[in-house]
Design a protein around this ligand. Sequence first.
Ligand code: GTP
Length: 297
Amino acid sequence: MVNSRIWTAEEAKYLKAILQWQESPRSDDEKKKRQASVEEAERKRQKQQQQPTGEFRVLVIGARGSGKTSILTRFGQGTFRGEDEPPDPFYERGCRHPVEIDGQTYVVDALEMPSKHLLSNPMLEQALNITEAAVLVYDVRDPASLRLAEGIADFVNENLARTTRQYTLMLVGNKSDGSDDDSEHQQQRAVSTSQGAETAAKLKIPSGGAARTCTFMEVSAKTGANVDKVFPQLGREILELRRFAQQQRRREQADRTMRLLQQQQAQRTAAPLKKKLGLWKTLTSMPFRRRQSESAY
Ligand SMILES: Nc1nc2c(ncn2[C@@H]2O[C@H](COP(=O)(O)OP(=O)(O)OP(=O)(O)O)[C@@H](O)[C@H]2O)c(=O)[nH]1
């Protein structure tokens, strides 16, 4: 039989001191670092356990070589492959990645439209049908890519004009790396920031009733500048559209209910009148019948 031993307060203190000493002494700095990494690991664990609040499916579309895959690679794993490297095949079709919006986690399901399908209307239509928003990517070094982005916006508008669908667009000028005093960069840049912003302001959006303008952003997949802002911003706009659509559905439902109530009310007021009319008809036809019966005698 094992004898249980109760430590006196003094003995417990002594034992604790020995154990702490055996744990290897740490400097204050090390202790702080360790504590920080424990807290970070705990935050990560909690985040992984957290169910996302929702999901958005968005289309990433633009001219060949404008940097669609590079933007997704930067968004998904925070890296850039290098200007002469082929794109990361893992991100070539798109990616799923969480974003934080007002303290809530949402999953972005980004689909990249291969540039070879840009001229195929059925493919584009299909892509629009399964998404709620599109990132129109152009290369700030290539004006033709901006014109193509405008063309895509026109196609989206024409396509959705016949429907009541809500959809949003964001114009994104990629490869904006290099500072303003970087002469090589200035030589390469062919579309200024203001040109991009003006184009976005002119772009129509299939609004389904809500007056909105196209958001514009310049990014660089190479340096990572602004890439992290694209999808949360788009997510916010999608949430706004969903709220608008829900309000619209509620209004329509309320209108339908109102019309139904009015019809029922009209029927109720018409019913006694009909009854009176029926009685009147019966009464007016009676003498005729009586006359008939009289003639029988
Ligand atoms: N300097 C610079 N180069 C970039 C940037 N983003 C992409 N590139 C380069 O541009 C080239 C095309 O990038 P991709 O990401 O493959 O472009 P894409 O639009 O997916 O191309 P396709 O799928 O062929 O249409 C690659 O050589 C990239 O390294 C950027 O922000 N800055």
